[in-house]
Design a protein around this ligand. Structure first.
Ligand code: SAM
Length: 303
């Protein structure tokens, strides 16, 4: 989707973009191709796209994947998407759906004018995800996320066995660096650990501001995260892990053991730190994901 086409749609419907919704549309063909290539799509893939906007990424996803479920908050853009992709409301269906039924004669697969594999929900994605917890484990998230809600959306989606198998998400560079961070980086913290518990970071690439319309004030990057083959923690210990991580980073410069004393008995903490050979003076940013997992085990088992 070229920049001229984006402007035409916006002019035609007299749409003035809303900054608070993070409406910076990606029009650079190379970057869009790179995002789609990173998701390694096949016709067997089901894609969740959050914030399709005018659909520049959506149209490429429709060509490569079996099914795309897109969630857009802005009703004006939902109308554009419905017109662009021929979607209609169907009785009893929770999403706008292809006008025709999926048939052998319904045009070439992925024909952008007549896709039979796009479903569009008009909703706030974060509220939708919280309200309708689903099993996303057979899905991939591929999205140019609204930056203001990117972190809560990722934390909501990434937790547990029902998380998507892959995340390819464009977001603010600063947040991307937190997702990719390793122990002792300045960017290493709560978001890193909550997401890396379930996802292995595969890498990121930067996307210059000029690739978007209008250009955002911040730098952007696309991150690639892959769900771990095996969970690193059983489900029943997850809440304790989250509590420990949040408390440990509640004051970055303070000793972690002192902070954790607000929630856990001193003797148990000292025994756990001694067993793991972690200095009682250590700060949270020096501990690896594996050490946080071990601390969770030691603090939550009785005796
Ligand atoms: N994917 C399009 C692209 O690459 O050009 C648009 C990306 S733009 C950064 C973010 C999109 O998310 C906008 O269309 C915006 O309206 C939508 N959006 C903002 N907040 C949202 C929310 N809470 N739930 C769903 N969509 C949201």
């Amino acid at each position: 989707m070229k920049l001229t086409e984006m402007r035409e749609w916006l002019d035609k419907r007299d749409i003035h973009l809303t900054k608070s919704l993070g409406q910076n549309f990606l029009h650079d063909a190379n970057q869009l191709e790179r995002i789609v290539a990173s998701a390694e799509l096949t016709q067997a893939d089901k894609i969740l796209e959050i914030g399709p906007g005018l659909g520049p990424l959506t149209e490429l996803l429709l060509q490569k994947a079996g099914e795309v479920l897109a969630i857009e908050k802005d009703g004006r853009l939902v109308k554009v998407l419905a017109e662009r992709f021929g979607l209609v409301e169907k009785e009893g269906a929770p999403a706008l759906s292809p006008a025709g039924e999926k048939t052998e004669t319904a045009g070439p697969p992925g024909d952008p004018a007549h896709p039979d594999n796009l479903f569009l929900v008009h909703d706030d994605a974060l509220e939708f995800l919280k309200r309708e917890p689903r099993d996303w484990s057979e899905w991939k998230l591929v999205a140019n996320l609204p930056y203001s809600v990117a972190s809560p959306i990722l934390v909501e989606l990434a937790a547990g066995a029902r998380a998507p198998k892959m995340i390819v998400a464009t977001l603010q560079l600063e947040v991307a660096q937190r997702l990719m961070a390793q122990t002792d980086d300045d960017n290493y913290g709560i978001l890193t650990l909550l997401v890396q518990l379930d996802f292995a970071p595969r890498g990121l690439f930067k996307i210059p501001p000029g690739c978007f319309f209008p250009s955002p004030d911040v730098d952007s990057a696309c991150v690639i995260l892959e769900r771990r083959a095996q969970p690193l923690l059983p489900e029943n210990l997850r809440a304790s892990f989250v509590k420990i991580v949040k408390r440990a980073f509640s004051q970055r410069r303070k000793m972690m053991l002192k902070l954790l004393k607000q929630d856990w008995p001193k003797e148990k903490l000292e025994a756990a730190f001694a067993e793991l050979k972690i200095s009682p003076q250590e700060r949270a940013e020096k501990l690896s994901l594996e050490q946080f997992i071990k601390i969770t085990y030691l603090l939550t088992t009785s005796s």
